[in-house]
Design a protein around this ligand. Structure first.
Ligand SMILES: C[S@@+](CC[C@H](N)C(=O)[O-])C[C@H]1O[C@@H](n2cnc3c(N)ncnc32)[C@H](O)[C@@H]1O
Ligand code: SF4
Ligand code: SF4
Length: 467
């Protein structure tokens, strides 16, 4: 069984609650899923770590952690992802945290760890409590490369290999947890992907994930190490070898978020006769207009210093937190102004069917990645297969769109409709964005205001919200 960002644990009623709360623009009872990055402490120092600028030496004390878990469980939390700003297993009381999660019946949907601290006890917990997925971020293929990438003594590599073997052994015939081995590819190790594959398959894991090292906030990574579009041709023979080798076993999940590499992958797949393994299928009821994020009704992430953030992709030093669990209860945050603002912004994107330009003045919580279509892979990758959910969401959202997005209505309703029109007609948009037209529009709006108010008051013709 694989991790699903908690979606597999969400009941039909909770899904309906989410849809109805989107429609009504109200909060749900509480997050159904949470990412708990309980510690910022780490036992290695990866050169590429995307958390290095957020990292403190803090962790949420165990007393506070258990209170938080109790509170979240009481408002309907069903599952967690344990990951980090540091390493989740480097939390000083990780055994107590896990025991408390189990006591409250909360499923570990995913544990993402460098694996250094995974011992027999933790392996036993993960198997006995049916954790859904464990990702080992091994990243490197041998001890020397491990030392280069993680900036630690080479001997730690063998420790992680032992940890992986321990979990595979303790799991035995159980299907829980699914074990994923992750390698990170840069310009120094890209030619070694066949060795990586062989290591993964010899360890008996369920999936071998190969991802590119990506640029991090504040651009700290040596540019010489990052894969470039023009490296695709050089890499092609190695990718072909590994795809051919995996043709039968189907263990490989290879994904290059590097511009221009998709074409190379398509070419190689065609030659090797392997199809792109679409790991995340889409339900027939899924419509692009409903592609927007609904995390503000579903989940939240808490980091080692107690900060609350929308998701792991916005664990970024340049994105302000939504609050802090040490300030007030999670429920107060969930119902408070920052989460409500995030809901307002997400709802706008949903109402406009994604046809909205990102403007930092309009979106104060969401970032471009959340608004511009096709940039965020996380927001519904695991959910879009859910036929029933997307059918219901679509039916209910379409009704709301008819009411709240229209040419004849309040300025807000008209603005939404006009935004969609301009999005669909970029040439008109260029014209309208000219200063003169904008001034004409403002003049028209101001000068017709008394008339619109009068129509509303006396004839109940609602062309304005200015009463
Ligand atoms: C920040 S780590 C936290 C959990 C744990 N310490 C670990 O390394 O698995 C979460 C995941 O992000 C990946 N990651 C970190 N920085 C990255 C980068 N610059 N590019 C791609 N993946 C990255 C790590 O390899 C890891 O799988
Ligand atoms: S193990 Fe994870 S948290 Fe630690 S430095 Fe590496 S990527 Fe960052
Ligand atoms: S759209 Fe993506 S980055 Fe933005 S909040 Fe949702 S999951 Fe996070």
């Amino acid at each position: 069984m694989r991790g699903t960002h908690g979606w597999a644990e969400v009941s039909r009623e909770r899904k309906r609650e989410i849809i109805d709360a989107i429609v009504a623009n109200t909060p749900t009872t509480g997050p159904v899923h949470a990412e708990l990055d309980l510690t910022d402490r780490c036992n290695v120092a990866c050169y590429f770590c995307n958390q290095q600028d957020l990292r403190t030496k803090e962790q949420i004390p165990i007393q506070k952690t258990t209170e938080l878990i109790d509170e979240l469980a009481a408002t309907g939390l069903r599952s967690v992802r344990l990951s980090g700003g540091g390493d989740p297993l480097f939390h000083r009381e990780i055994n107590d945290v896990m025991a408390h999660l189990a006591k409250r019946g909360i499923v570990v949907d995913n544990l993402t760890t460098n694996g250094v601290a995974l011992n027999h006890d933790i392996a036993g917990y993960l198997v006995n409590n049916k954790a859904r997925e464990v990702i080992f971020s091994l990243n490197a293929v041998d001890a020397a490369d491990y030392a280069r990438m993680m900036k630690v003594k080479p001997a730690l590599f063998d420790k992680v290999i032992t940890a992986i073997k321990t979990l595979v052994e303790v799991r035995g015939d159980s299907i829980y947890p699914s074990i994923v081995l992750q390698f990170l590819l840069d310009r120094s190790n890209i030619t070694r992907i066949l060795e990586m594959y062989d290591l993964g398959s010899s360890l008996g894991v369920d999936r071998i994930a190969m991802n590119a090292v990506l640029e991090i906030p504040r651009e700290r990574i040596d540019r010489e190490l990052l894969l470039r579009p023009e490296d695709a041709d050089l890499t092609e023979p190695y990718v072909e070898q590994v795809l051919r080798k995996d043709a039968e076993a189907g263990l490989l999940q290879i994904d290059f978020a590097v511009y221009g590499w998709n074409k190379m992958m398509d070419r190689v797949r065609a030659r090797a006769g392997t199809v792109s393994t679409n790991m995340y299928p889409t339900a027939p009821s899924f419509r692009d207009r409903n592609d927007g994020c609904f995390f503000a009704w579903y989940t939240a992430a808490v980091t080692g210093n107690g900060d609350i953030r929308p998701c792991c992709l916005l664990l970024n030093p340049d994105v302000p937190p939504l609050g802090n669990v040490h300030e007030k209860s999670m429920s107060e945050h969930w119902r408070g102004p920052a989460f409500q603002k995030m809901r307002d912004e997400m709802r706008e994107v949903l109402l406009r069917g994604g046809k909205v330009e990102y403007d930092p003045k309009r979106f104060t919580i969401l970032k471009e990645v959340c608004v511009k279509p096709g940039l965020c892979w996380l927001k519904n990758m695991y959910f879009r297969v859910d036929e029933e959910f997307y059918a219901e969401l679509d039916a209910k959202l379409e009704k709301v769109r008819k009411k709240e997005v229209r040419w004849l209505g309040t300025p807000k309703q008209i603005k939404r409709r006009a935004d969609i029109y301009l999005y669909d007609h970029p040439k008109v948009k260029d014209l309208v964005s000219g200063d003169r037209l904008r001034r004409t529009y403002d003049w028209l709006r101001d000068s017709t205001r008394p008339l619109r108010v009068a129509l509303k008051r006396h004839l109940h013709i609602n062309l304005t919200d200015a009463a």
